[in-house]
Design a protein. Structure first.
Ligand code: ZN
Ligand code: ZN
Length: 339
């Protein structure tokens, strides 16, 4: 089968479309024929070698949707089932899993595109526990990326920030794949949304996605504008990382909660403890999402409440060009590759 394989870390030239052996569904696994795979900013970090535990070579990609074509022993799915993947299947047995906190699972290390082969391929062998049914009303090109975008935003806002209806949410990097869906998720949860973008040409797309207000500003300079317009936000969703971190923190009102999800540059940040103390500000981390979060966003997409934003659908052979566009921030929503 054809697959995009990463060997040594490096630039887009490291993405090689190769002929590799078609995988086989082991016990508890199914073989999925990939119909679409999302191009995530994390794919760039994977390719650059930011994760030392990554297996090499590896088939990259962690946002796929497709059909089950082969069922391993005890997998509990059927040929023809439409499925999308979680980042990794929870073990179901560790203390976190038993407490219903599957994103904190310590028993499963099978992470697509990192420790097991991922979705930039014609087929992927996946643990059945890492898959969720994709409703017939959601096309593969839209379903592929809803876990790593909308469901991630839903966990951050609902489970971590405990966002309540009527509160104001600030979202940085708002036109990216997570951001443009986070705007919609925050609206579905009843919040008012202030979207931050560095590029004026993205304002219209953010308004169309449901943002109540858009601030166009450089990464470190938006807090004054946000405070002037809102008096400070209740919740901030930090999707960028170091470049916007302190401006986001300083956009909070007293008692505000900031949830850190994005870490685009993987750089350290400096925080002034006195500011946290005097403002009683909370800084929270949020990783991935649960099966329950994904089921909710898929249902909203199936009913048309959530509108997945597909930036482009390209053949798998154009993986290099697709990642180049993500690196250049020349994307609103998600680019999808089709094997
Ligand atoms: Zn992703
Ligand atoms: Zn577990």
């Amino acid at each position: 089968m054809r697959a995009v394989v990463i060997g040594e870390p490096g630039g887009v030239e490291r993405l090689e479309l190769c002929d590799v052996e078609r995988p086989v569904a082991g016990p508890g696994q199914v073989l999925v024929r990939v119909r679409a795979v999302g191009v995530c900013h994390r794919d760039l970090l994977d390719r650059e070698g930011r994760y030392p535990f990554m297996k090499r070579p590896v088939v990259t990609g962690h946002e796929f949707a497709g059909e089950v074509v082969e069922v391993g022993a005890g997998a509990g799915l059927a040929v023809g089932d439409r499925v999308v993947n979680l980042h990794r299947g929870p073990c179901g047995a560790c203390e976190a899993c038993r407490a219903g906190e599957e994103t904190r699972c310590s028993g499963s290390l099978a992470s697509f595109g990192l420790t097991v082969d991922g979705g930039y391929a014609e087929f992927v062998a996946a643990d059945a526990s890492a898959l969720v049914a994709l409703p017939a009303a959601v096309p593969f090109e839209q379903g592929a990326f809803l876990f790593c975008t909308a469901a991630v935003a839903l966990r951050a806002l609902r489970s971590r920030a405990r966002l309540e209806g009527g509160e104001t949410v600030l979202i940085t990097g708002a036109s990216g794949g997570v951001g443009i869906h986070a705007v919609q998720i925050a609206r579905i949860l009843g919040a008012r949304v202030v979207a931050i973008t560095s590029r004026a040409e993205k304002r219209a797309a953010l308004i169309a996605a449901g943002a109540d207000d858009v601030v166009v500003a450089g990464p470190a300079a938006f807090q004054r504008e946000v405070l002037a317009r809102t008096g400070g936000v209740h919740v901030a969703l930090e999707l960028v990382g170091e470049p916007t971190f302190n401006a986001t923190l300083r956009s909070l009102r007293p008692g505000g909660r900031m949830v850190v999800v994005g870490n685009v540059t993987a750089s350290r940040v400096e925080v002034t403890p006195g500011w946290l103390i005097m403002r009683e500000a909370a800084i929270l981390g949020s990783v991935s999402a649960s099966r329950h979060d994904l089921a909710d966003v898929l249902e909203w997409a199936a009913r048309g409440r959530l509108k997945p934003v597909v930036a482009a659908v390209l053949p798998l052979a154009q993986a290099r060009a697709a990642q180049g566009r993500v690196a250049a921030q020349d994307v609103i929503g998600r680019i999808v590759l089709v094997p």
